[in-house]
Design a binder for this molecule. Sequence first.
Ligand SMILES: [Zn+2]
Ligand SMILES: [Zn+2]
Length: 440
Amino acid sequence: MRITFYFGGMDRIARFSFFVVIQMLDLNVCKSGRCKNLGVSKAKEYEYHIRPLGFLAMRCGACSATPPMLDNESFGLMRSHWLRQVGLSTGKLCPGCGAAAIKRFGQSSNGKPRFQCKVCQKTFSNRSSVMKGQEQLAKAILDALSCDQDGENLTQLAANKGVHFDRACEQLKRQAYQVIWQGERANYMASVRFTLPYKGNDNQLWGILTTDILSGRVLHISTTLVPFGLPEQGRYQPCVDAPPLELSSTDSAIELAHKQEQRFLLRQQFDRCDFGSATVRKQSQSHALPVLSAHAHFAVLNALGHGEEGGAHFLSHEVFLRGACITQFSEHVKRHQMALAYVVGETNGDIELSTIRKLGWWQNSWREFRDNAGKTKAYSVLCGNLALEPKEVRLKSAMNALRFIQREVEKLNLAAFTASRVESFAVEFAKRYNQALECC
Ligand SMILES: [Zn+2]
Ligand SMILES: [Zn+2]
């Protein structure tokens, strides 16, 4: 696509005219699907630092929405970190500025192809392996995983080879991401949130997993863990969330959605959820607020070119996933009418419409469907044109991948590992899930 676009944010603006990945740097923008200010930075109708509901928010005068203010500084650090990883492992983006305008630029001294960014002129080559010992250990770990060895045996393996286990895990993760991120572009996606336990009392990693709903492949998986210290405002703290849902076995999907909406209203702030104690011992690590991790996650999907032709993106029913997704894909929503929808429940085979209801603070319209076995699924289209049959609106591909990863983590008893190790293995299992799909 040939378009003219301003890239680089407020302080460094470059104008160019070729294929670009549009990146959202300012999170304090309007997030209303039909507002002219959707995704627009510093619109004249904005008012910042207000507290209409007790927490720090902004107001868009064009549509009266008052989304919570988010910490752009933390997001900037997270976004740069991720784009650097994507750039170095895929060569699809500049690891410095995130632009997708890359040209070939000869070879490095060891014969690897070099690239140059047409925007910031930085030159780079794809990152490949590190030290031989790590490489060997990573391979040994992969073999051990294939034989279902548990976590205990894996650390022993590292000790025997005299390699730092954490480094090998990092290597494993990089290689897995390299494979996952090289997949074909998708326009129909499903994203689900998850938690994975790690070493320590009530410690959890919070994360998001996205799949291509047509092929079932995992497109990206990320967690709240970042390998640097975040500013206080961007850091996750266990917080007072709403009381847990009181579920009944007879609840249909639309009743679950209703209860969840009621629960969002009881939170002190819509976009703050509690997911456990999540402590990390190292100064060089922190957990980001899930809302910021969600923005970073969707920014990576966007940077990889997913959703480029619009399509649809189905989300687990978590209130801030909508805001993060619509912000990071605001141009797609505006240009191509990318549809976003919340989905609750799963059905099989033929389904029939059973109920239509408006739910929650925003009074979104939800439709519930029932299959022959009486199982229900409800969804609410939040914006855009949905060109799919109700049967095809589902999170199944993402849930299948997630169940595979959770099963593997449990089987290997990895909850006894640190957060970064659990994360590395989760990414490795996501890669394995994709490979298993290809074999079938
Ligand atoms: Zn607005
Ligand atoms: Zn660049």
